[in-house]
Design a protein around this ligand. Structure first.
Ligand code: SAM
Ligand code: SF4
Length: 352
């Protein structure tokens, strides 16, 4: 029986820098991962289907006001080609991710989901931002299995500063997460690590919230500065005492990954691209050895992939899907793990 950590325990780990003590954290996370979700590493094929976005998030390169990127939206047939690649590579899931793009209409997406479900055995994960309840319901009915929506930070003041309201409506991602659960989706959320203005206490509260929300999937990664965004400018940042500011480092990311595993032992947790961006040589492997059990090879055609620039110098931006597949499969076997077969649903569902 695994019980969530207390706030002082989480804070002590987040502040600990001693390699011998941290080795104990990595070991606890790795053992918990083995006990609850096993040796398999599930591959989720990522399709970045549109980089249009109506939002003005202070951290993200896809924000509507960024005129420096070329916008694209994939066609239904292009997405289907990616889905067929996913099947060919033996993946069990396709993840459809995009900016918050009203051009991806409810009906268009529902037709696409139906087609994927009819023509392939894939599970479909959606990560399309804050959409209406009617849309979320229609996509669930069409066959959508899972939805990813990070709450980014549980500090409401910080969240509102970096994720402004749209059309006067305050963004309430926690309410949407509750709705997704009611609709029967497997629910995923997460945070960025080291957002300017994020304190250790904020991050500890995020980790508590993972457990309180009983998440099926958890995505965490370091905040990476994009020069064409407001947060790149120190004048737009919430200031906190230097000793309270969480650093956006590789080490902090491993700590949060490991603690997320201890908080939610049955969740599916990816070693993210943002982590690989900080350490291309070993980030994913170390993530998998410190709590993670999922990786997301990119299926987006390279001609679009270069324009899905959430942050600069993103890992694996020029590779083809064949190269991503071969590279990630080799990395998984190199650390003595195996590629999972089938959809890889969260064992949390069975528990619930
Ligand atoms: N638009 C959808 C949304 O916001 O949920 C999905 C796509 S969005 C690009 C996916 C995630 O990218 C966000 O939840 C956020 O955590 C992450 N992200 C955006 N900008 C980032 C940055 N500068 N550094 C690290 N992660 C970032
Ligand atoms: Fe748009 Fe998502 Fe980027 Fe915010 S994080 S600007 S919603 S793509």
């Amino acid at each position: 029986m695994n019980t969530p950590l207390t706030r002082p325990e989480i804070l002590a780990w987040l502040r600990d820098e001693r390699p011998d003590r941290l080795a104990e954290l990595w070991q606890a996370a790795d053992q918990t991962r083995q006990q609850y979700v096993g040796t398999d590493v599930h591959l989720r094929g990522l399709v970045e289907l549109s980089n249009y976005c109506v939002r003005l998030c202070g951290y993200c390169g896809l924000r509507a006001a960024n005129r420096q990127i070329e916008r694209y939206r994939m066609s239904e047939d292009e997405v289907m080609q990616c889905a067929r690649k996913a099947v060919q590579f033996g993946y069990g899931t396709v993840v459809l991710q995009s900016g918050e793009d009203p051009g991806l209409t409810c009906g268009w997406l529902a037709t696409l989901i139906r087609r994927i479900k009819k023509e392939t055995p894939l599970a479909v994960t959606l990560s399309l931002g804050e959409r209406d309840e009617a849309e979320l319901a229609a996509w669930r009915k069409a066959g959508g299995d899972r939805y990813l929506l990070r709450f980014e930070t549980s500090n409401r003041r910080l969240y509102e500063a970096i994720h402004p309201p749209r059309n006067g409506e305050i963004s309430d991602r926690l309410a949407i997460l509750r709705k997704l659960r009611e609709l029967g989706y497997e629910v995923g959320s997460g945070t960025m690590i080291g957002i300017p203005g994020q304190t250790y206490d904020d991050l500890a509260a995020d980790l508590e919230l993972f457990a309180a929300l009983d998440l099926d999937m958890i995505g965490v990664g370091p905040y990476l500065v994009h020069p064409e965004t407001p947060l790149a400018d120190a004048r737009n940042r919430l200031t906190v005492a230097g000793s309270e500011q969480v650093p956006a480092t590789e080490l902090m990311t491993y700590k949060v990954l490991a603690l997320a595993r201890l908080q939610c032992p049955r969740a599916n947790i990816p070693a993210t691209t943002a982590l690989a961006t900080l350490n291309i040589a070993q980030g994913r492997e170390l993530g998998l050895e410190r709590g993670a059990n999922v990786v997301m090879p990119n299926l987006t055609p390279p001609k679009y992939r270069v324009h899905y620039e959430i942050y600069p110098a993103k890992a694996c931006i020029r590779e083809t899907s064949d190269q991503c597949n071969a590279c990630l499969t080799a990395r998984i076997t190199s650390i003595g793990r195996q590629v999972g077969v089938g959809r890889g649903d969260s064992p949390n569902l069975r528990k619930r």
